[in-house]
Design a binder for this molecule. Structure first.
Ligand code: GLN
Ligand code: ZN
Length: 813
């Protein structure tokens, strides 16, 4: 039986982020719908042809999306909330984008706010509109990735109907190019589980019988169009599921497999182990099952033991979530007996390649040795092809083969068989893989003895402040002398066009370092002067020197590498370019002290030191896979600790350590969460606990789901935490109060995602509400996130009103 190669999904934004350009042109009127459609068609064609050239046997279609594949599914099944006033037969572009971005009364639309949810550098989108029209669907993270999807909204009496045949059209489009693709659909059970109930609460799974006929219809159309296999993504199978959810798969897949007798379904699971859901997956009448063997290598034995003999197994052997070159020799050894067993095998990345950048070859400035350790989407596919061919011709033939040195690379690959050139290519690939494995084990770029020794010698004392919070609080109160309801901001001020222009000019070399620094000092000075004028209590320098809250630090730490083109889609037109943590991390020199000291020199009021925490640095990077994430996080924690201590030494009385992404790292399975939280919290504490009792440590987290991590947040033992509450009202504080959260809290009273200037009265109302849950002397007054995405024109009046609200609160005491 031949081992074949599949991809579950391919990066859709294009090598030069053509999708972003096309979308933005369409949105701002620079391009027509026809322009957008043709740009999209070229992107799809390029993706299909690239994969064909790389030798993929099962090439996906319908993995492309104008914005998001979950939104595409809503569009397919007619799950269009009534506020979009859609009544047609086929969802048009404008309805589709309205669901994604909202429809605005005056301007061209607004992005559903996710200003906090960036990972790594996020580009700022030109001109966000005023969101007074129709609000977009809510956006949230796709499982534990940094990709965001639009949450389907379903009513209890939801009527589904086929309102998009995109998947059929794209299948035919590829077929016209001579490529029979394997269309990808988000499975009905996962779709319903990701949806949220509108109106009165109900279990969205009850809608399954109504939803299935749409899927049956779609599958029939795909079969009629000539599809052989269809990939049904059901990643929900790696979650802790309710009994109802577990019971939903059997009837769903009974109906789907009966839809079209000629069609074969590949049930795709990824992002973890099936565990107790494995028997369900194995009992379904599908033709193939894809399992993630990167996140969950141990499940292979159970899968093999339980799988029907005629079940095609798709093995997710390469990491679709990370950028490291695979150990091909180890994989070959592991897979060889399996390939000899006669079962139909497919090799694939663990999940869609949507989560990795496209092509390593474009990184011409990357250090050659570091580059030799990496593989992006294109390289991963090459690895799979080589691995599959090695299994097909027999492992020994790879090593022994190729006497002629006529390697011409990938074009040599062909269905006719393995040519000498290809054999040579394979041998080279196995050798390069072995070399990468060997050099990563020993390279001094990766392994820094001093860092490892320090990490090994962390003591319990380093994970704890000297005194408990109540004692620290007395000292901090005396040292800081702040009023009740102290006012502050989260750190960044508007990154204006001027700021970005200056940074770009400096990076290009057209603005000298001296001139750039002078510019930044001026920005800081005017921000400080303005904060004085509006009488904020605790000031910030404004973060003008930072391109991004991870990259800025990563660039000054050892063990980090940065790419030029390695963009990964975050949502819609937005992409991030996560740094790569390839080695032991250390901080050679202070990173923020000079900027902080300059800012503090301009005022007698406390100036907050402003740092990104270790867990956030970790969660927004591509992390080395040669040691546990917790070990890498410990390096980061020690580096941040050094910075905290240097800030304190320079005179900082308040230091904020942002952990915006702490919650993002939470494992999908409940049973694994405590372990993560334990080490994540320890790392934060290591970063924070070196300081004296009188130094006040703040942290900031910008999301509104805390219930499941409250205990961990309390264990972080920060003196003050600022959180997002403006949109979720103050109800969130109820959880903090019930939990008896010990320290001080700054519930965000100014929703920075909305361009509206908040009224003083609305903020006093929120603060009074907060008082129902918290003691007045525990409440801080601040926006709910940094102000970098806003303009001074809305920041100035908003902060003025916020300070006025705090004043009113004090007067009312
Ligand atoms: N200090 C950062 C800022 O104000 C925090 C950003 C964040 O939480 N995402 O921009
Ligand atoms: Zn935030």
């Amino acid at each position: 039986m031949t081992v074949t190669v599949a991809t579950l999904g391919f990066p859709r934004i294009g090598a030069r982020r053509e999708l972003k350009t096309a979308l933005e042109h369409y949105w701002n009127g620079q391009g027509s719908a026809a322009d957008l459609l043709s740009a999209a068609a070229s992107l799809r064609k390029a993706a299909w042809e690239r994969q064909r050239a790389l030798g993929v046997d099962a090439i996906p279609s319908n993995d492309f999306s104008f914005y998001d594949h979950v939104l595409d599914t809503s569009a397919m099944v007619g799950a269009i909330p009534p506020r979009f006033e859609f009544s047609g037969n086929r969802v048009d572009l404008d309805t589709y984008f309205a669901m994604a971005r909202g429809r605005s009364a005056e301007t061209g639309g607004n992005d559903a706010g996710a200003a906090c949810s960036h990972g790594g550098e996020i580009e700022t989108e030109a001109g966000t509109g005023v969101n007074t029209g129709t609000v977009a669907e809510e956006m949230t993270k796709w499982f534990d990735t940094n990709y965001h999807y639009l949450v389907p909204e379903l009513e209890e009496e939801q009527v589904f109907r086929l309102t998009s045949t995109k998947c059929v059209e794209e299948f035919l489009e590829a077929k016209a190019l001579g490529i029979i693709t394997r269309p990808v659909l988000l499975g009905p059970v996962t779709f319903l589980l990701l949806s949220k109930a509108q109106g009165k609460p109900f279990d969205t799974l009850t809608l399954l019988p109504r939803l299935l006929p749409i899927y049956v219809d779609v599958l029939r159309r795909l079969a009629a169009a000539g599809a052989d296999w269809v990939q049904m993504d059901e990643p929900a199978l790696v979650l802790d599921l309710s009994e109802t959810a577990r019971a939903a798969f059997a009837p769903a897949y009974a109906a789907l497999t009966q839809a079209a007798p000629t069609l074969r379904l590949m049930l795709a699971t990824y992002f973890g182990a099936l565990e107790e859901n494995l028997p369900i997956a194995l009992s379904l009448p599908v033709h193939g099952l894809h399992v993630d063997l990167v996140r969950a290598p141990a499940q292979l034995a159970d899968v093999l033991a339980g799988a029907r003999a005629d079940l095609t197994l798709s093995l997710g052997v390469l990491d679709g979530r990370n950028i490291w070159r695979a150990d091909l020799n180890a994989l070959l050894a592991q897979l060889a007996p399996l390939a000899a067993s006669g079962r139909a095998l497919v090799l694939a990345p663990s999940c869609s390649l949507l989560h990795v950048p496209l092509d390593l070859e474009r990184e011409t400035d990357l250090d050659a040795e570091i580059k030799s350790w990496l593989a992006f989407a294109v390289q991963k596919i090459s690895e799979l092809r080589v691995l599959a061919d090695a299994l097909n011709i027999g492992p020994t033939n790879v090593a022994a083969g190729a006497t002629k040195n006529n390697a011409t690379g990938l074009s040599e690959w062909g269905p006719e068989g393995v040519t000498d050139g290809w054999r040579e290519h394979m041998r080279a690939a196995f050798e390069a893989s072995a070399r990468a494995v060997a050099t990563r084990r020993t390279s001094p770029r990766i392994h820094a003895q001093a860092v490892q020794q320090r990490a090994a010698s962390v003591t319990g004392k380093m994970v704890q402040r000297s005194s408990p919070f109540p004692e620290r609080r007395v000292q901090q109160k005396a040292a800081l002398g702040l009023p009740l309801f102290p006012t502050t901001t989260i750190g960044s001020f508007p990154q204006t066009a001027d700021v970005r222009k200056a940074r770009a000019a400096h990076a290009k070399g057209t603005l000298s370092t001296e001139a750039y620094q002078r510019f930044l000092r001026n920005e800081i000075a005017s921000a400080v002067a303005w904060q004085h004028e509006v009488e904020l209590d605790v000031l910030v320098h404004g973060e003008f020197e930072r391109n991004d809250m991870v990259q800025y630090f990563g660039e000054q730490l050892s063990g980090f590498a940065f790419t030029k083109h390695a963009w990964v889609q975050s949502y819609g037109s937005r992409s991030v370019r996560p740094p790569i943590i390839f080695g032991d991390v250390a901080r050679p020199a202070p990173m923020t002290v000079a900027w902080w000291a300059y800012a503090q020199s301009l005022t007698k009021r406390p100036m907050k030191g402003m740092l990104t925490g270790p867990v956030t640095l970790l969660n927004w990077s591509f992390v080395r896979d040669d040691q546990p994430r917790s070990a890498t996080c410990l390096h980061l924690a020690l580096a941040v600790r050094d910075e905290v201590l240097d800030l304190e030494k320079a005179g900082a009385e308040i230091i904020q350590i942002d952990e915006a992404a702490l919650r993002e790292g939470l494992p999908l399975r409940r049973a694994e969460r405590q372990r993560y939280l334990d080490w994540a919290v320890s790392c934060f504490q290591i970063a924070a606990s070196g300081v004296a009792d009188r130094t006040q440590i703040h942290t900031h987290m910008c999301y509104s789901e805390f219930n499941d991590i409250l205990e961990a947040i309390a264990a972080m033992d920060a003196d003050v935490i600022s959180i997002e509450t403006a949109r979720s009202r103050m109800e969130l504080l109820d959880a903090f109060a019930k939990f008896d959260y010990p320290a001080e809290i700054g519930p965000g009273v100014y929703d920075i995602h909305s361009p509206r200037v908040p009224e003083t009265a609305s903020m006093t109302r929120l603060l009074k509400e907060a008082q129902l849950y918290l003691k007045a002397e525990h409440i801080w007054v601040n926006p709910d996130c940094g102000l970098k995405t806003r303009t001074w024109a809305d920041v100035k009046p908003s902060i003025r009103n916020m300070v006025a609200a705090a004043r009113e609160m004090r007067e009312a005491m």
